[in-house]
Design a binder for this molecule. Structure first.
Ligand code: APR
Length: 392
């Protein structure tokens, strides 16, 4: 099979890109390892920044999120010193999030893409990108029956995440990987229970961080800082709820709405950036381009932003013979990626501290307390926070 652009991966990055190329008449093919039902139901992120909504609006891809998404504009910090709330929707640039579970966005993008005649091969795993240093790259794939075959392209878009074929196909030394392992892990939970507060909750507790994020009226995401290497099922549901209640100060601030835990995953907090985001005719977007720690919910938002920039550059080249956009692609995205990394890192240091009783740990924890106190009391600090929290 042949396509001008072969897109690896049907996540937010790959499907926004596919929709935009399809709308501009560029011939493309999406290759996705999972089946259609998995793609439509995988629960991941859920907070869309105002700019992400603007991008999706611009291309007629936001109908579902306007209909079913809910505006969100407050967060609450709970610490040993008390709690405070930031109505970030009326701070900084006055922007809000739209809470819309990622699987619903992905479902909308897929429906729209296929409705417009877009081609996608499910249950097809990309194995490698071959010949990306030239102008006739190929993608070797395994079809649903496990048979190998080859796809011919002009460009390959690597939107297949951090463990995908795009990253694996980069020859050593072709692209630099900046990498940071934060040494921390979170247990990510989906609870079949309504939200417990009408804000994003961030609890900073001596036992570790706990987080609360709305998803739908029936489902809520929680996070618990967790021992690195510990299995996801090591704690009983009872222990999970007790630990969430303890860290979130439920005794003081109100009980949590408990319910069955329907999903648990351990997330090792890591960040990386590939530089440049291009190797010949292979271009990277989304998690394949950069991995953000989930501390500031930036991953899906960056993926959409990069996909829009990449689509414009590919259309310029393939439809108008102008390669300048592709030459600029990496340099154009990297500043956004690094600013998102910087804010995610700031959030990480706000929410976690070293736990030891040694002098250095105590010093760092005192700094973190001071940082939280600035955020509680300083309007300019709050404006800065709001601008970066919702912005990309
Ligand atoms: N071949 C084909 N498809 C693959 C392969 C492969 N070898 N490897 C992975 N995939 C598919 C996955 O099944 C998945 O559907 O690529 C897709 C990648 O999608 P995401 O992981 O959602 O990545 P991306 O589109 O970059 O999303 C960005 O969304 O939820 C956030 O944290 C997430 O930051 C991430 C963001």
């Amino acid at each position: 099979e042949t396509a001008d652009v072969v897109i690896l991966g049907a996540g937010p990055a790959g499907l926004v890109l596919g929709n935009l190329l399809q709308a501009s008449g560029v011939d493309c093919l999406v290759v996705e390892r999972a089946d259609a039902a998995q793609v439509r139901t995988r629960a991941r992120a859920g907070f869309l920044a105002a700019n992400t909504v603007r991008i999706l609006d611009r291309h007629g891809l936001a109908e579902g999120l306007h209909r079913r998404g809910r505006e969100h504009s407050a967060c609450e910090f709970r610490t040993q010193d008390g709690r405070f709330r930031l109505d970030y929707g009326s701070l900084g640039r006055g922007e809000r999030h739209t809470v819309y579970p990622q699987q619903e966005l992905v479902t909308d993008l897929l429906t729209h893409y296929q409705g417009a005649g877009g081609r996608i091969s499910f249950r097809t795993e990309a194995v490698a990108v071959v010949g990306a240093d030239g102008s006739r790259p190929e993608v070797t794939v395994r079809d649903p029956d496990g048979r190998p075959s080859r796809l011919h392209a002009r460009y390959v878009a690597g939107c297949d995440g951090r463990h995908g074929a795009a990253r694996r196909s980069l020859p050593p030394g072709a692209v630099r990987r900046h990498h940071l392992d934060h040494g921390l892990s979170w247990l990510g939970l989906l609870a079949q229970a309504p939200p417990s507060l009408d804000a994003v909750g961030y609890a900073v507790h001596p036992d570790g961080f706990a987080g609360h994020m709305a998803r739908t009226p029936e489902v809520t995401r929680y996070y618990l800082q967790y021992q690195r290497g510990q299995a996801a099922d090591a704690w009983s549901e009872q222990r999970i709820w007790d630990e969430l209640a303890l860290r979130m100060g439920a005794a003081e601030y109100g009980a949590l709405h408990r319910g069955p835990i329907v999903q648990r995953t351990v997330v090792d907090l890591e960040s990386d950036v590939l530089e440049p985001l291009r190797y010949g005719s292979l271009l990277l977007a989304g998690d394949a381009a950069a991995l953000l720690s989930p501390s500031a919910a930036k991953g899906a938002n960056l993926a959409v932003l990069e996909a829009e920039i990449l689509a414009g550059a590919l259309v310029d080249d393939l439809a108008h013979g102008d390669a300048r956009g592709l030459e600029r692609y990496s340099a154009q995205c990297l500043p956004y990626i690094w600013r998102a990394q910087e804010f995610s890192q700031w959030m990480l240091r706000l929410l976690h501290g070293p736990s030891g009783p040694d002098a250095e740990s105590l010093f760092h924890n005192a700094l973190r307390r001071a940082r939280l106190e600035s955020l509680r009391t300083s309007r300019s600090q709050q404006d800065w926070f709001a601008e970066h929290y919702v912005g990309v």
